[in-house]
Design a protein around this ligand. Structure first.
Ligand SMILES: [Zn+2]
Ligand SMILES: [Zn+2]
Length: 422
C-alpha cells in the first residue's frame, strides 16, 4: 500500500481536480481521500504543493533499438521517459532492421517486458521503409503492433498511402504520417525562409508539409482511417487538419514541444541542436500551432524524442542528422510556454499528454480513476529548475542549460516508484 498525500489530483479523463490523498494497492488506484478502509500504508509520499496526474503518454519516440544503440537503447530510453514523467511511450519503427516483420517486433516487445515503463511498438507501413510493398497489417497487429508508420521517410505515392489507410481502417489502428514531400525540400532540417537564406543553405518549405497533409486528410476522409499527423509544424497544415475534422475525418495531430517553443530565428543560436524534420518555422506558424492547441485541432503533445551521438551533432549543419531528444523537458516546456503563458489550462495541457494519446492508440492508461493502473506523475508546477543532465544516452537538446518551470518529483508505473528527483 502506497499513500500519496495532499496532492492536487488532476485527471483529465474524468475532469477530477481536487486536493486529496491517493491510495495505491496491488499496482492499481485503490481510492481517494481519507474515508477508505485502506489500513496502514507501507510507504507515504508527501505531494503537498504538487500535481498528481496520470503518467504521461508519448506516442512518438525513437529508442534506436535494435541496431542504433550507440544513440539510445530500450533501457536508457525508458529511464529518460521515467525522468520526464512518462509511463507509456510508443517507439517508431526506423530501427536497424526496420520493424516490418514479426521477428523484429517480437524481440522488442519481449525485451520491453523488463522495462520500468510501458514501451509500445508500432509497425512500419512498408517493407524496409521502401514505400512500395505493404507489411502484413493483420499479422503485425496479432504480434502486438499498436499502430503503423514509416516515420522518418515520407510516403509519397498516393495510391500506396490509400491502400495503407484502407488496411489501417480494417485493423482499426492509427496510421501516423511524417508529412514532408522530399521533392520540395532543398535541405532538410531548416525552414526555407529568411534564416536559411542568410545561412545560404536552401531549406525545407512549409508547403512541403502542406501538400502532403492536404492529400492525406482527404484520403482519411475517403478511407475512414484514423490518421495521426505527426509533429505538425506549419500553420497552414493546422488549418487543413481543422478543416478535415470539421468534415468528419478521423484526423488527429501531434505537436512537439520544440515546435510550440522555438522558431527559425533560434537556428543561428542553437545550430544543429535546432535541426529537425520537419523544421521549426516562423513565429506565424508557431502562433497558428498554439491556436490549434487551444481550440483542440491539435490533440496531442508528442516529443519525437530523437537521440543522436555528440559526434553526429558536432558535424556542420547540412551534414548533421536531424532530431533532438525531448522526453525529459516536455512537461516543463508545456508548463513554461503554454500554461504559464496563459494559452492552456494545466488540465488541458495534461489532456494532450495523457488521455488523448491513450484514447487514439486504445491504451488502457491515461486515467487514474479507482481500479485503473497506478501510472502516475507527481510534479511541482511552480518549481523553476535548470536543465543540467539527461538520463537519456544522448544530450542533443537545445534546452540544455535552460531555466524551465515545472519539475517532475516522482514517476510511478504500475504502483512502483520508477523515478525520484535527485
Ligand atoms: Zn518524423
Ligand atoms: Zn520521429
Amino acid at each position: 500500500m502506497l499513500l500519496i498525500k495532499n496532492g492536487r489530483v488532476m485527471n483529465p479523463a474524468t475532469g477530477m481536480d481536487e486536493v486529496t490523498d491517493v491510495w495505491v494497492k496491488d499496482g492499481k488506484i485503490a481510492g481517494f481521500g481519507q474515508q477508505g478502509d485502506f489500513g496502514e500504508p507501507e510507504q507515504v509520499i508527501d505531494a503537498g504543493g504538487c500535481v498528481v496526474a496520470p503518467g504521461l503518454v508519448d506516442v512518438h519516440v525513437h529508442f534506436r533499438d535494435p541496431g542504433l544503440t550507440y544513440k539510445e537503447d530500450l533501457q536508457t530510453g525508458s529511464a529518460a521517459a521515467a525522468a520526464g514523467g512518462f509511463t507509456t511511450v510508443v517507439c517508431m519503427a526506423n530501427t536497424k532492421p526496420v520493424v516490418d516483420c514479426p521477428e523484429v517486433l517480437d524481440d522488442i516487445l519481449e525485451r520491453a517486458k523488463e522495462l520500468p515503463v510501458h514501451v509500445k511498438q508500432v509497425s512500419a507501413v512498408s517493407k524496409n521503409f521502401g514505400g512500395k510493398e505493404l507489411v502484413d497489417f493483420e499479422e503485425m497487429v496479432r504480434h502486438g503492433a499498436c499502430g503503423f508508420t514509416d516515420d522518418g521517410i515520407p510516403l509519397t505515392d498516393a495510391v500506396f498511402i490509400r491502400k495503407a489507410m484502407e488496411m489501417a481502417a480494417k485493423v482499426d489502428m492509427p496510421i501516423s504520417l511524417h508529412e514532408e514531400d522530399p521533392s520540395l525540400n532543398e535541405v532538410n532540417g531548416i525552414n526555407k525562409g529568411v534564416i536559411s537564406e542568410q545561412m545560404g543553405i536552401g531549406g525545407a518549405p512549409a508547403v512541403s508539409e502542406d501538400v502532403m497533409v492536404a492529400r492525406d486528410v482527404m484520403l482519411a476522409l475517403e478511407t475512414g482511417a484514423k490518421v495521426d499527423i505527426q509533429h505538425i509544424s506549419s500553420g497552414r497544415s493546422v488549418d487543413l487538419v481543422r478543416y478535415a475534422k470539421s468534415k468528419g475525418a478521423k484526423v488527429y495531430a501531434e505537436v512537439t514541444p520544440h515546435h510550440f517553443t522555438l522558431t527559425e530565428e533560434d537556428v543561428p543560436n542553437y545550430g544543429t541542436m535546432c535541426k529537425m524534420n520537419p523544421p521549426v518555422r516562423t513565429s506565424w506558424d508557431k502562433t497558428k500551432i498554439i491556436e490549434g492547441l487551444m481550440d483542440g485541432t491539435i490533440d496531442m503533445i508528442a516529443t519525437d524524442h530523437a537521440p543522436h551521438s555528440a559526434e553526429e551533432k558536432e558535424k556542420e549543419f547540412t551534414a548533421a542528422p536531424s532530431g533532438i531528444i525531448g522526453l525529459e523537458t516536455a512537461l516543463a516546456l508545456g508548463i513554461t510556454n503554454l500554461v504559464k503563458s496563459g494559452y492552456l489550462s494545466m488540465m488541458s495541457l495534461l489532456e494532450k499528454m495523457t488521455v488523448n494519446p491513450a484514447k487514439l492508440y486504445q491504451f488502457d492508461c491515461g486515467d487514474i480513476s479507482v481500479g485503473k493502473a497506478a501510472d502516475l506523475v507527481i510534479f511541482d508546477p511552480e518549481q523553476v529548475w535548470q536543465v543540467e543532465r539527461f538520463a537519456s544516452k544522448a544530450s542533443n537538446s537545445p534546452f540544455l542549460g535552460a531555466q524551465l518551470c515545472g519539475k517532475v518529483r516522482f514517476t510511478i508505473c504500475g504502483g512502483k516508484i520508477v523515478y525520484t528527483a535527485g
